[in-house]
Unconditional design. Structure first.
Length: 571
């Protein structure tokens, strides 16, 4: 695995100390803002905390009447990263034990599994996914429970309010938890509203992820647990990268934050090392997944909420896993019954292209209609509910609307080794490149060779390569020729070496001593493509002195490559 990927900061090991301000016995002496209400956000997992952080600023914008403090509950198996998330956001954090010593006016959480102290303040629970779609392990027993449902004791006390995104979810709750009667608030889904409202920014999000014009972005989405996509097929991201031509596709992976919290970034990056070296975009677990989903051309997913969001946005979809922990009768269950399954043992590219080409945008409209009521109004409804529970008049300002998502900040390791398949027909060369660190999906007609950049760290690949590439432009033609000579002398098994030229194009040195200048008409390309053209011509016996050759980069585009044999050989 390459070293270029950013490494997240280590999780904080120290628990927060009790706060004196903005809460505490003498907080009035120290605070600046004249708050009349205290709102406590219960932070237990990254997933649930992020949901609150994404909505709360828009709800309380400019209101000095409400003081917000975050209480960290360290009891979750997925608590790793919560403190870092809160500190990075600039939140005031108090330990959970202090919650019993203050008198908040409202407790807000997107985690239903918090043990709030006794009292009479209301507790508003937001969903951290799409409704009550999944059975999860119960941390209080060896049984499973319905995700999103608070303990019966909180319902019996009349303190809990459950925000739902669709009336069907209230009916589902009453069927399984009768004590939830009258304790739901129809709000909608702020996350889905933001996703819908940001579809117009799709091009900007694709550019931020490094997706070029004409390329397709395939998003692989995995929830957590053994029945998830990653739990059942951990090699699938790498296999997709091996099956999809490098110049025509990008692949990004969205993993549930619980996967990161349970196993750690080191384990994840070690598991996906070959896929990362093959160009996998590993989307950070906080915020960026939404922009990546907007940018996607297709989703390969499971029974997690991200897959359902993608379907509701009109994305072509293949289910690579669908666990028994999905709850029958829900919108997610309906998606599992109607979406096509990916045959992981079959032709991956063929299946993807088939589902993309034959996909009507409204294919999953019935699923979205069962999951999200009145899209576009969630934040406004949530603000009204929040102020009613705080017993404060709602601000006179306009209700908050769906927000545009920021462009994602996701980095990838540069691919430095490719398996290149070339086919020659007359003076037309078709090129398909695949990352060499992952297994390919079958054989291609024509000639196949290994090409490596000079930055390839695996010496075994470099020594086996037929084509060696120097993507960094040489300052002069003399320097370029010197690089060619040195490379071919150092690697006598190579057939070609290619060096980028300042101003565009490249020089290609052939093992027989010829030097070819290859200039591509159209957008600049890395030297691997014109080098592949020269390689194919040499193997097929096509005259390099014949002038232009047509380069077809798979189904992506077609360019003219002007070939000119320079006098004087490679010396």
């Amino acid at each position: 695995m390459r070293d270029a990927l950013p490494r997240p900061r280590a999780a904080s090991l120290s628990l927060p100390l009790p706060l004196r301000v903005p809460v505490g016995p003498d907080a009035y002496r120290w605070r600046t803002f004249p708050a009349v209400r205290t709102l406590v956000v219960a932070a237990r997992t990254v997933t649930s905390t992020v949901r609150v952080l994404e909505s709360l600023p828009a709800l309380l914008r400019g209101d000095v009447r409400v003081s917000v403090v975050f209480a960290y509950d360290p009891t979750s198996a997925f608590g790793d990263g919560v403190l870092d998330l809160l500190h990075d956001a600039g939140c005031r954090v108090m330990p959970w034990s202090q919650l019993g010593d203050i008198a908040p006016d409202l407790i807000l959480s997107a985690s239903e599994n918090v043990d709030v102290p006794e009292g009479d303040c209301p507790v508003l629970v937001l969903p951290h996914g799409v409704g009550f779609q999944k059975l999860v392990p119960d941390s209080r027993s060896a049984r499973t429970r319905l995700s999103g449902v608070v303990p019966d004791s909180l319902l019996e006390a009349g303190r809990a309010w459950l925000a739902v995104s669709h009336p069907d979810q209230e009916e589902q709750l009453l069927a399984t938890h009768p004590k939830a009667a009258g304790r739901t608030l129809l709000v909608g889904d702020p996350c889905f509203d933001d996703l819908r409202g940001s579809l117009g920014q799709r091009a900007a999000h694709r550019e931020a992820l490094g997706v070029r014009n004409g390329q397709r972005l395939v998003v692989v989405s995995s929830t957590w647990g053994p029945t998830s996509l990653l739990g059942s097929a951990p090699d699938l991201p790498g296999r997709l990268l091996g099956a999809l031509p490098y110049d025509e596709y990008r692949v990004a992976a969205i993993l549930h934050p619980n996967v990161w919290a349970a196993h750690g970034a080191w384990q994840i990056r070690t598991l996906l090392a070959d896929a990362l070296d093959a160009g996998l975009v590993l989307v950070p677990p906080v915020h960026a997944w939404r922009s990546a989903l907007v940018a996607a051309d297709a989703v390969v997913g499971d029974h997690g909420s991200v897959t359902l969001y993608g379907a509701a946005l009109g994305k072509p979809l293949l289910l690579a896993a669908f666990g028994s922990d999905a709850v029958p009768g829900t919108a997610g269950w309906d998606l599992g019954r109607s979406a096509p399954r990916l045959d992981t043992a079959g032709g991956l590219r063929r299946q993807l292209e088939s589902v993309i080409s034959g996909h009507p945008p409204d294919r999953y409209a019935h699923v979205a209609a069962r999951a999200f009521a009145d899209p576009g109004r969630a934040l406004a409804r949530l603000r009204t509910a929040l102020y009613e529970l705080l017993d404060l008049p709602e601000p006179d300002s306009a209700p908050p609307a769906a927000r545009l998502l920021p462009s994602p900040e996701a980095e990838t390791v540069p691919v430095t080794a490719w398996t290149v398949a070339t086919a020659v027909s007359g003076r037309t060369v078709t090129v398909h490149r695949y990352p060499a660190t992952v297994a390919g999906d079958g054989t291609a007609p024509g000639f196949t060779h290994l090409a490596c950049a000079d930055s390839e760290p695996d010496r075994r690949l470099t020594e086996s390569a037929s084509v060696l590439l120097h993507p960094a432009p040489a300052p002069t033609a003399v320097a370029a020729r010197r690089r060619l000579t040195d490379t071919l002398a150092s690697f006598p098994g190579a057939r070609l070496a290619a060096v980028s030229l300042t101003g565009g194009g490249c020089l290609v040195g052939v093992h027989d001593g010829r030097v070819v200048e290859a200039t591509v008409t159209g957008p600049a390309v890395d030297p691997g493509l014109p080098a592949a053209v020269v390689y194919a011509c040499v193997r097929a016996g096509v005259a390099l002195e014949g002038g232009a050759v047509s380069l077809r980069v798979g189904e992506l585009r077609s360019e003219e490559v002007e070939l000119r044999v320079r006098p004087g050989g490679a010396s």
